[in-house]
Every structure is written in structure tokens, then in C-alpha cells.
Write a protein that binds this ligand. Structure first.
Ligand code: AMP
Ligand code: ZN
Length: 475
């Protein structure tokens, strides 16, 4: 059964089958590499990772392209503030981004093109748009896309609902800001003439020195790596307008294709009920949370635990709940191993061949219905509550173990180690302290690990590190 996925354009769930009959090709707008990505950004990247995993675990090969925005207003501004070249500055933040992606168990995209490496492709696209009457150059050497020249402008973001209808007589203003406000119709910049504040960051073009506008890079790189028509395009909901609207306009006017055939948007992560923003001081990075003793696996669990179409409210309570949930999964996994006598790690191909089968079939079916992760997790915990590993036959335990790993693989969840004496009566707050101390150790936060060990000691417990993890013992 193909994955059913909501499509922003048609506002309906639609089954996903590859246009070329073989590989499902999709493009994700990547990070702007001018600072650390926050966990809101990662909500979108993690949802896209689950999307890819569900396709691949369902036997569907994929081609995943995710770009790096390494030239725009923000990267230029902040590289200069930092006194670094744009290349050095964006390389540093790209490496940081990759390290976070690895920690969060994100599969690397098959292609990760950067905007700076595709200036020529962008210039070529602008030339085509001018030739076809969809773009115009201005006296200062900038080039703008003429939004009234594209009749379908506004279909994705449903402009008609915002009473921003396009008409031939309607005057649109031109803007060269990369990110303009939600309710303005604007001819947007394809090429920005060089300004003094750009410093050394400019490239030659038929219209003079300058740099591409932000929206263009995704159109040019999607065309290069996925062609004129491809299966899915994705990003956070803030990108629907103007970014994705502009991408559609540029691509459809510069080629004979329809661009993306399906649009997958992830709703925002909120913090304590409000928007996450730098000015409110409620913006968290993965590193911030690791410093507080939480693991990347716990962060990933929180980020996937809400449906991607609904806003998700991040709280520290949700991280604590994620810890408990992962521990419960890990204990079940351990009990299944003991009941089956199985010690091997499983290959992805072996898991895919086995599938979700048995008690976890419902979880997989739920996941395949518009990536309903909370529903799938609920089905997994339902099965855990109903299943007593010790009363299963060896074969049943092994089959359930394989199905569990199939689901964990599709969700990209990595289980924590289970304290060896997990059956002993360890109070929840002691188990929690011990796990936080373990995570602090994993993230090399030695002072925190030490403090937590002392707290355990004061409460009458000692912690012993073992090859597989740790053991909590009564003094
Ligand atoms: P940026 O680095 O700003 O270009 O954003 C990278 C990705 O993160 C884009 O797909 C954004 O739509 C997405 N994004 C930004 N803020 C949030 C948020 N609070 N929750 C979920 N996704 C977000
Ligand atoms: Zn984009």
C-alpha cells in the first residue's frame, strides 16, 4: 500500500507513487547556515526523515535532495559581523548542522547542493525567464520576477482566501528582501545588484555584479537534480508563502514541467505555548538540551511525537516523558531478546523483509496513513501492554523483536541502554537521576554527571558503569 500523505496544494491526502515508476524523488528546503539550527528547524528535518524512512521501509527507493542556503541576506550580514569570509563562516555552521543531524539520527540526503555552488544554474534560469517575458531587469542591475505574468500564482498558499487576488491591472511592488511579509504581493528579486554592504560577496552576470535572490536557488537546484517534474517538495509551513509560491512560479515559467506534484509541509514547533524566537529567549538548540542532560534520542522522540500537521508544544515535561517512553521500549526490547535468545543486530534489509507483522501491524498501518506518528506510538505501547515476552515462544518472541526493530527503524528511534538490574525496585526518581547522569556522561558534561552521581549517593544509591551501560545499586 503506498504511503498516504496530505498535499498542501489540493488540501487532501493523496497516495504517493513515484512519477517515474521507480524512485520517489523529493526536495527539502535546507538550513540557512548562519547560526545553529534550533529544535524548531529540526522538527521539520526530523519529520522529513521519518517520511523518507517510511517510504524506504515500505520498500520504496527514494532520491532525497536537501540544499544548503549559504548565500542570502542573513549569511552575508552575519559573516561580516563575525569578520569571516562567507565560505569559512557557512562551512563552520554547515559542519555544526551535520553534527546535529548525525546525533538526531537523520539519514543524510543523497544530494546536498549549495546555493553558492550553483550560481551559474541560477543565472541561466533568470535568462530563460527574461526571454519568456516573466522577468525584467531594472536600471540598477537587479532582476525581478513579474508575478502577474503567472496566472497560477497563489494557488499553493490559497491567496484567494486572503483576498490578494492577482489581476492584470493590479499594481505589485517590487521587493528585494529575501523574506517579505505574509500578506504582500510583490515582484520578487531573482538577481540583486551588488550593494556596498555585500562586501566581497558578488558574482558576475549579464546584468552586472550581484547575487541571486534566495527563492531562486531551490528552483535551480531542484531542476538540476530532480528534473522539471518530481514527486514531493517539503519544508516548514512558514515557507508556503512566499518562498514555495515563488519557487513554483519561477520553475513553471522557466520549464515545461509542473515542478513538484505533491507538497508536504510541517507545522511549527512552539515553546511553552508561544512561538520560538530569539527575542523571547525561548529558542533551544540540541546542544542546549544536551547540556541539561537530555539525549539527542530523547529530543528526536519529542519532535516526532506530535502529528506533523498539528503545532507541537515543546516543554521539558515532554522530554522527561520521552525518556520514560524510550526506557519502556528498551525494556520491552530487552525482554524480547531474553525470551528469543536472539543477540544479533539486524540488517535493514532483513527488517524490511520481515515487516511490521503480528502485534505491530496496526502501528505500521497507522504510520502509513499520513505519517501518523503519535497514533503509531500509541499502537506500539498498546502492544507492549498486551504482550508478556516471557510467555511467548522463542519464535514468537523473535518475530515480535524483528517487528519492533522494523518500527524503530521506520521512526529512526535509537534505544537507550537498560540498567542491568532493571527488574529491581528502583524508584522512578532514582531511575531518572541515574539516566540523566548517564546522558550527561554521554554528552561529556562531567560537572553535571558528577552532581547527579552525588545526588544519587545522598539518596542511598550507587551507580556502576558497565560495558553495556550502567547499573543502579542500593548502598
Ligand atoms: P531556515 O534555516 O530558517 O531556512 O529553516 C529551515 C527549516 O526549518 C525550514 O523548512 C523552515 O520552514 C523550518 N522551520 C523554521 N522554524 C520552525 C519551527 N519553529 N518549527 C518547525 N519548522 C521550522
Ligand atoms: Zn527552498
Amino acid at each position: 500500500m503506498p504511503l498516504l500523505l496530505h498535499d498542501t496544494l489540493t488540501r487532501t491526502p493523496r497516495p504517493l507513487t513515484p512519477l517515474d515508476g521507480k524512485t520517489l524523488r523529493f526536495y527539502c528546503c535546507g538550513p540557512t547556515v548562519y547560526g545553529p539550527a534550533h529544535i524548531g528547524n529540526f522538527r521539520t528535518f526530523v519529520a522529513q526523515d521519518v517520511f523518507r524512512r517510511v517510504l524506504e521501509f515500505g520498500g520504496q527507493p527514494t532520491l532525497h535532495v536537501r540544499n544548503l542556503t549559504d548565500v542570502d541576506d542573513k549569511t552575508i550580514r552575519d559573516s561580516q559581523k563575525a569578520g569571516q569570509s562567507l565560505t569559512d563562516f557557512t562551512r563552520y555552521w554547515t559542519e555544526k548542522f551535520h553534527a546535529d543531524c548525525t546525533a538526531l539520527n537523520l539519514l543524510p540526503p543523497h544530494v546536498e547542493p549549495s546555493a553558492v555552488a550553483h550560481i551559474v544554474h541560477q543565472v541561466r534560469m533568470i535568462e530563460t525567464l527574461i526571454e519568456r517575458g516573466h522577468a525584467y531587469a531594472t536600471a540598477d542591475g537587479s532582476v525581478y520576477f513579474k508575478v502577474t505574468s503567472f496566472a497560477d500564482y497563489g494557488r499553493l498558499s490559497h491567496l484567494e482566501d486572503r483576498e490578494l487576488k492577482l489581476g492584470a491591472s493590479e499594481a505589485t511592488r517590487a521587493t528585494d528582501s529575501d523574506e517579505y511579509t505574509k500578506d504582500s504581493l510583490a515582484d520578487f528579486a531573482l538577481w540583486k545588484a551588488r550593494k556596498p554592504e555585500d562586501g566581497p560577496n558578488f558574482w558576475p552576470s549579464p546584468w552586472g555584479e550581484g547575487r541571486p535572490g534566495w527563492h531562486l536557488e531551490c528552483s535551480a537546484m531542484a531542476l538540476e537534480y530532480l528534473g522539471e517534474d518530481f514527486d514531493v517538495h517539503s519544508g516548514g509551513i512558514d515557507l508556503i508563502f512566499p518562498h514555495h509560491e515563488n519557487e513554483i512560479a519561477q520553475s513553471c515559467c522557466a520549464t515545461h514541467g509542473k515542478f513538484a506534484h505533491h507538497w508536504f509541509h510541517v507545522t511549527h514547533l512552539m515553546v511553552d505555548g508561544g512561538k520560538m524566537s530569539k527575542s523571547l529567549g525561548n529558542l533551544y538548540t540540541l546542544e542546549d538540551l544536551q547540556k541539561r542532560g537530555y539525549s539527542a534520542a530523547e529530543v528526536r522522540y519529542v519532535l516526532i511525537s506530535g502529528h506533523y500537521k498539528a503545532p507541537l508544544n515543546f516543554t521539558f515535561h515532554s522530554l522527561d516523558a520521552a525518556r520514560q517512553a524510550l526506557q519502556k521500549l528498551a525494556k520491552f526490547e530487552k525482554a524480547l531478546r531474553e525470551a528469543s535468545g536472539e543477540t544479533a543486530l539486524f540488517e535493514a534489509a532483513q527488517l524490511i523483509a520481515h515487516g511490521s507483522a503480528g502485534p505491530l501491524q496496526e502501528a505500521w498501518d497507522t504510520l502509513s496513513d499520513d505519517l501518523n506518528v503519535p497514533g503509531a506510538l500509541g499502537a506500539i505501547f498498546g502492544a507492549i501492554n498486551r504482550t508478556k515476552p516471557a510467555s511467548l515462544s522463542k519464535e514468537e518472541a523473535r518475530s515480535t523483536l524483528l517487528s519492533l526493530h522494523f518500527m524503530l527503524g521506520a521512526l529512526g528511534l535509537v534505544l537507550p541502554s537498560v540498567p542491568e538490574d532493571s527488574t529491581a525496585d528502583i524508584p522512578a526518581e532514582i531511575a531518572d537521576l541515574a539516566e540523566r547522569r548517564w546522558q550527561a556522561k554521554q554528552s561529556k558534561d562531567w560537572p553535571l554527571a558528577d552532581t547527579l552521581r552525588k545526588e544519587l549517593d545522598a539518596a542511598g544509591w550507587i551507580i556502576k558503569d558497565t560495558k553495556e551501560g550502567y547499573q543502579v545499586l542500593k548502598k
